[in-house]
Design a protein around this ligand. Structure first.
Ligand SMILES: C[S@@+](CC[C@H](N)C(=O)[O-])C[C@H]1O[C@@H](n2cnc3c(N)ncnc32)[C@H](O)[C@@H]1O
Length: 220
């Protein structure tokens, strides 16, 4: 999630790129787990959002693998953001051990696949998905391909889809000048195209940029 006019806060000491309100909501979503499918996050970084979700899932009695996807290689921006939150990383550091240490403290069945999304999503078990958080697939073709890989496993009337950075680009749609900004509108365009298939659950337009939806009607 890009930081835009918002305060981020680490979650339980884990540096985050998302604010406390979003962590709180992820926690609520986790607590609302119904037992019908797995939870997954694509774009996990050090695990703050995964752990916020897992805290809720554990309370709800979650008993399935938690699926996590990321390349887990620290770049310059990540090193800086972690340093601002008191954690020292090195450029190109493999972050997977840190992610596993952070998440497995509270839930021991974490299936973490390092590498590039969407390719890594091909390793997904193809079981029904109840909660899907995307904080890495943000522009096309990555976003479209990622959605194509997970949508067949969404459960109509049940699956919660969280799109981080939804508003970061949406609110710039009339003013953005960078050549590639249209590609970053992929999540917004997708949700507008399939608006009849989703209902809006929660909006963090002002703080967090993300938006949560429930998948209601099958997309063929
Ligand atoms: C915004 S950060 C996630 C932050 C985390 N969800 C939080 O709020 O604390 C995005 C993460 O996605 C990963 N990422 C971005 N594009 C990716 C891609 N195509 N494949 C794999 N990982 C990717 C980055 O490595 C980074 O860890």
């Amino acid at each position: 999630m890009k930081i835009d006019l918002m305060e981020t806060a680490n979650y339980k000491g884990i540096p985050a790129m998302s604010p406390p309100e979003v962590h709180q909501y992820l926690n609520e979503i986790g607590q609302g787990w119904t037992g019908q499918g797995v939870a997954m996050e694509a774009g996990c970084w050090l695990g703050a959002t995964s752990v916020a979700l897992l805290d809720g899932l554990v309370k709800a009695g979650y008993d399935k693998p938690f699926w996590a996807f990321d390349r887990w290689r620290a770049n310059e921006a990540e090193v800086r953001k972690a340093r601002e939150q008191g954690v020292s990383l090195k450029i190109n550091q493999n972050l997977l051990p840190l992610y596993l240490e952070n998440t497995m403290r509270i839930y021991n069945s974490v299936s973490a696949t390092p590498g590039n999304i969407p390719r890594t999503l091909l390793t997904y078990s193809k079981k029904p998905i109840e909660i899907c958080v995307f904080d890495a697939p943000k522009r096309n073709p990555t976003f479209r391909k990622s959605m194509e890989l997970v949508l067949p496993y969404f459960i109509p009337g049940v699956t919660v889809l969280g799109l981080m950075d939804y508003y970061f680009y949406a609110r710039r749609r009339d003013t953005q000048r960078k050549v590639d900004w249209v590609e970053f509108m992929a999540p917004v365009k997708f949700m507008e195209t399939y608006s009849e298939h989703f209902t809006e659950l929660k909006d963090f337009e002002e703080n967090g940029s993300c938006k949560f939806f429930r998948y209601e009607k099958q997309i063929s």
